[in-house]
Design a protein. Structure first.
Lengths: 238, 93
């Protein structure tokens, strides 16, 4: 797999800590929703830092999009979120991964559960689902700490409807928030998802504690472990 | 053990060595016999290299170290690997 040169075409602030980078990547071979890329930054002294980022854009979009959340003590995300500007270039390789992916020829209902920036690869799935006008049901359960940390808030409002639904829950103090509160647990997943009889495919992505809690809750509800795919974002991110 | 990620996190490193997509390849653990996609193994990336442990018995299945111009791959914790491939053309094999 070759390293490709990405040129920043646009930077879109998502929250105080997150930016979406829209990238021109000549020779990008295309991707499936849920895949990621490795980004490599090389300093002038030759020091190399490499991190993985999920792809936020659906297949076939004119530009590759990465949504990057800043970790203040990280080596890569502070650069990508606060320094990088239109016209800047860096190296990436991909698409990577074939496990945590959803393909549009799958007709089973889909439950997406995302915690924090774990919503990014799920957004690629939801965007693709809408782009191909898929008639199978796809429901997103998305938890963030605060309203200010919610990614894609406005776009999500436009994406839901028909077979697509989204349930947002906030885990911390939320003045003025009339939506759901609290963590993603079995009760919420039962409410927003399907009974195991519907045999939904479940995709769970977020920090390790979120993934383990949500995946355990799905098993507790009776979903087959083989129908639950997980992707953990680690503290090594950044 | 909370710093473990999934085998997905090793996808890029494995893609440098293998033609097939290895996160959907199924490994049989040499220690306990558990079989599951490599993407579900527990990945430790803070070691000098990548360590993939069995999600059931926690034994080391895969070690991969990338040097500047070569890689070392230790698979002694894996009894067998099953890799998905495209269908053979009719009449071959």
């Amino acid at each position: 797999m070759r390293w490709l040169v990405a040129t920043v075409a646009e930077t879109i602030p998502e929250t105080a800590h997150a930016v979406t980078l829209r990238l021109d990547v000549p020779d990008w071979p295309g991707h499936r929703p849920g895949q990621h890329v490795d980004v490599r930054l090389t300093a002038e002294d030759g020091y190399v830092a490499q991190r993985s980022y999920s792809i936020a854009s659906p297949p076939g979009a004119d530009r590759l999009e990465l949504t990057v959340v800043r970790f203040d003590d990280g080596e890569v995300s502070p650069y990508l979120t606060t320094v990088v500007d239109v016209g800047d270039q860096f190296e990436l390789r991909g698409p990577i991964g074939g496990y945590f992916v959803w393909d549009a020829d799958d007709t089973r209902p889909v439950l997406l559960a995302g915690g924090g920036s774990g919503v990014v690869p799920l957004m690629a799935m939801l965007r693709h689902h809408a782009a191909v006008d898929h008639q199978g049901a796809m429901h997103l359960v998305y938890s963030a700490r605060t309203q200010a940390e919610l990614l894609y808030r406005t776009e999500l409002d436009g994406l839901v409807g028909g077979p697509r639904a989204a349930t947002i829950t906030l885990t911390r103090e939320a003045p003025g928030w009339s939506g759901r509160r609290g963590r993603v647990d079995a009760a919420l997943l039962a409410d927003a998802g399907w009974s195991p009889d519907a045999e939904p495919r479940c995709y769970v992505c977020g920090p390790t504690p979120f993934v383990e809690t949500a995946a355990d809750a799905l098993v507790e509800l009776g979903h087959r472990p083989a129908s639950i795919k997980t992707e953990r974002f680690g503290p090594t991110g950044g | 053990m909370t710093d473990a990620l999934d085998g997905n996190a090793a996808a890029g490193a494995l893609a440098e060595l293998f033609v097939a997509e290895m996160t959907v390849a199924v490994t049989a653990c040499a220690t306990c016999g558990d079989t599951r996609p490599l993407g579900e193994l527990r990945a430790y990336l803070r070691a000098p290299g990548v360590v993939l442990r069995c999600a059931t018995c926690d034994a080391v299945q895969v070690r991969l170290v990338r040097g500047p111009d070569r890689a070392w791959l230790d698979l002694r914790g894996v009894r067998a690997v099953q890799v998905e491939l495209p269908d053979l053309p009719a009449g071959t094999g």
